[in-house]
Ligand binder design. Structure first.
Ligand code: HEM
Length: 405
């Protein structure tokens, strides 16, 4: 058996803007040297679909390396550092199960389906405000949806969206591994903390007796001893963070494909069931996340020993383009047979809890957007976000004609 550290692995420049703008030629070249592993600046990238899938299930031996990222950023003992070290994704074993178990009943497919009318109302309201403009940056528009839906789920006023957006944008750089972002990360953590504390205090003063929402469910858990006040605040911040740039970037990436494919866009306007297929294909074709883990024990995969303490990165964002698992992977085809062959929501104990809400929301978004914003066309270029953490487009300027409301 070979040790991973002794293999002659290729390098992948994950931090390089050129990689971010088009990682696929780099990945193809890396796969010619080794089928599933490469080196990067901070550790090892696991880039093969089957290897990612097999390894992410090894929850006992892998741990979210969020505390290690705090160490690399020199931020132990700071408000952002504490949040990163204690949030749901950073927890393991029973400490993780306890909190995930409290949340899980509110995030089932059935609950997500129940929220669809509310999602439609949020989207319709946003489109009423934005559609008359005739042109805008689609990314900025897409940012409104996840915050608007989350605010509705927890009974927060939607007037807070612009302020929350600035903080969430800043926290989106949590995995960038760039110390220059630290002051903004600290500021954003403080602002979000103040927002959720005020929200919880307001709900305590005026509990929702009937039709308890997610916030009421969580506030009640404090009274039952299921959560501490600090855990509740962290959880609320985390839910905003987890659902924000992931959903916004996924919707923006879908739109970037659709402006080039008017045939598919027209079908989105006509058929909600087609939107469902398109959203899944989009999660395969281009998605957002690179999952960081640290090996807490030696792991053997494919007759290779991955030594304890190795920092591992799992780019589920590009895993769906692995031609060894998916036919004709670079073809965007919502009618393809292998429609759910992706890992956009991760794998294992931390698999995305909000995945059914995210899917429902993006499907509803696309259907209504395609009806209201006709004939969308690009009016300028996009940039790419850093690949580490939550990847995606920065900016998608479009113009369009008015459609039916
Ligand atoms: C397109 C949208 C989304 C994508 C691509 C996405 C992706 C992911 C991924 C890859 C993970 C696993 C991270 C890891 O293992 O380290 C995750 C975890 C999580 N996501 Fe999402 N997410 C999305 C939307 C949402 C939304 C809307 C919510 C909540 C409303 C949410 C809540 C969560 C939670 C709570 C976890 C942590 C689960 C745990 O630690 O047990 N996500 N997400």
């Amino acid at each position: 058996m070979q040790r991973l550290t002794e293999l002659d692995l290729p390098d992948l420049p994950l931090e390089d803007p050129a990689f971010s703008a088009d990682p696929f030629p780099y990945i193809a070249a890396a796969r010619r040297r080794h089928p599933w592993a490469a080196r990067c600046g901070h550790g090892i990238v696991i880039h093969g679909f089957s290897a990612i899938k097999a390894l992410l299930w090894r929850d006992g031996a892998l741990e979210g390396s969020y505390a290690d990222v705090v160490g690399l950023m020199g931020a132990h003992g700071t408000p952002w550092g504490r949040f990163q070290e204690e949030m749901l994704l950073a927890r393991q074993g029973d400490a993780h199960k306890r909190i995930r178990g409290l949340l899980a009943p509110a995030f089932t497919p059935r609950q997500a389906a129940r929220h669809r009318p509310l999602m439609r109302a949020v989207i319709a309201e946003l489109l009423d405000a934005w559609a008359p403009k005739g042109a805008f940056d689609f990314e900025e528009f897409a940012a409104q949806f996840p915050i608007g839906v989350m605010c509705s789920l927890i009974g927060a006023p939607r007037a807070v969206i612009p302020e929350l957006r600035a903080s969430l944008e800043a926290l989106g750089l949590s995995q960038s591994l760039d110390r220059a972002h630290l002051p903004a990360l600290q500021r954003a953590t403080g602002q979000l903390d103040a927002f959720v504390q005020e929200l919880v205090a307001g709900r305590r003063a005026a509990p929702r007796e009937e039709g308890a929402d997610l916030l009421q469910l969580l506030v009640d858990q404090i009274d039952r001893g299921g959560l501490t006040e600090r855990e509740l605040h962290d959880l609320l911040i985390f839910l905003f963070v987890a659902g924000y740039d992931t959903s916004k970037n996924a919707l923006t990436l879908a739109m970037a494909v659709l402006v080039e494919r008017p045939d598919l866009y027209a079908r989105c306007a006509e058929d909600p069931a087609f939107c469902r297929r398109l959203v899944e294909e989009n999660f395969r074709y281009l998605t957002t996340s690179t999952i960081p883990r640290i090996a807490r024990a030696d792991i053997v995969h494919d007759d290779v020993l991955i030594p304890r303490d190795t920092m591992l990165f799992f780019p589920v964002s590009i895993a769906g383009r692995d031609g060894r698992v998916i036919d004709d992977p670079d073809r965007f085809d919502p009618d393809r047979r292998q429609i759910r062959t992706h890992m956009a929501f991760g794998m294992g104990a931390h698999i995305c809890l909000g995945q059914f809400i995210a899917r429902a929301q993006i499907e509803e978004d696309l259907h209504q957007i395609a009806r209201r914003l006709r004939n969308p066309r690009r009016t300028g270029p996009s940039q790419w976000r850093p690949f580490y953490g939550v990847w995606g487009l920065r900016g998608l300027p479009i113009a369009f004609d008015a459609g039916v409301s």
